[in-house]
Design a protein around this ligand. Structure first.
Ligand code: NAP
Length: 241
């Protein structure tokens, strides 16, 4: 199946995707900032790992220097910080979200595109969000980053037309991971309230979508795949029982 690089693999969707792609037969290369977690993951799936901070160009360079060949890149590293209204917005949060979700995706893609093209069947998968389509109160910083990441992905698809690299975005709604704990800076109560009365997606549900996209025959490009829990009909339209 070739080499699959997964960013942000120390938890949630990235970890589940790495496990799933290893089970699919990929030679998986994982990275994130929490080294101990990615090391343990790599050991358990027979993959390789290296520290990676996609917000830091030199870290991206060091990580990618160790990737001799690459067929699939899963740009998963990302997330949200805060749920502030625009009048209360903290620019540092906005910059951090732009760094990881947008520039991180740009840096990784730019660095590994040559290897993916050389494989003859490259594939860039970006984990976006329903927040890339729909604004919601308090979402502006994350909306802006995910809309921008989606713009990057759409442009990439156009620019790679005629070259042997597929481009897919998987856009989930609510997934129960560490996402909300990070967003609310460790406030476990506030994070768990996000999923009150809802059956959200699991990280494995999203990993399955990634697996589906990258295991289609080379002429099939899954362009976008929006996947929501049955209890969620829009970014902020959620049924709670
Ligand atoms: P998560 O459990 O918090 O995982 C986020 C991952 O990103 C972690 O492995 C984290 O690792 C990594 N990461 C964060 N900043 C990084 C950086 N600067 N460099 C490298 N890795 C970094 O959340 P998740 O739900 O799995 O999120 C994965 C992706 O799904 C994100 O892009 C998120 O925006 C998107 N998403 C999530 C949801 C949801 O409801 N959960 C919905 C739609 C989209 P380290 O902290 O160890 O670096």
């Amino acid at each position: 199946m070739g080499v699959a690089v997964v960013t942000g693999a120390s938890s949630g969707i990235g970890e589940a995707t790495a496990r799933r792609l290893a089970a699919d037969g990929f030679d998986v290369y994982v990275g994130a900032r929490r080294e101990e977690r990615v090391r343990r993951l790599a050991e358990s799936i027979g993959g390789r790992w290296a520290p990676l901070d996609v917000s830091d160009p030199s870290s991206v360079d060091r990580f990618c220097d160790g990737v001799a060949s690459c067929r699939v890149l899963v740009n998963n590293a990302g997330g949200a910080l805060g749920l502030d209204r625009i009048e209360d917005a903290d620019e540092r949060d906005w910059l951090a979200m732009y760094q990881v979700n947008v520039l991180g995706t740009l840096r990784m893609t730019r660095r590994l595109l040559g290897q993916m093209e050389a494989s003859g069947n490259g594939h860039v998968v970006t984990v976006g969000s329903i927040a890339a389509y729909e604004a919601y109160v308090g979402g502006a910083g994350y909306n802006a980053a995910k809309f921008a990441e989606r713009a990057l992905t759409r442009v990439l698809r156009l620019e790679l037309l005629g070259r042997p690299v597929r481009v897919t975005e998987i856009d989930p709604g609510m997934v129960e991971t560490e996402f909300s704990t990070v967003r609310f800076r460790g406030d476990a109560e506030r994070a768990s309230a996000v999923y009150n009365g809802v059956t959200p997606l699991s990280a494995e549900d999203v990993a399955e979508c990634v697996s589906f996209a990258v295991t289609r025959p080379p002429h099939v490009n899954i362009d976008t795949l929006v996947v929501l829990a049955r209890d969620q009909a829009g970014a902020a339209t959620v049924h709670r029982s």
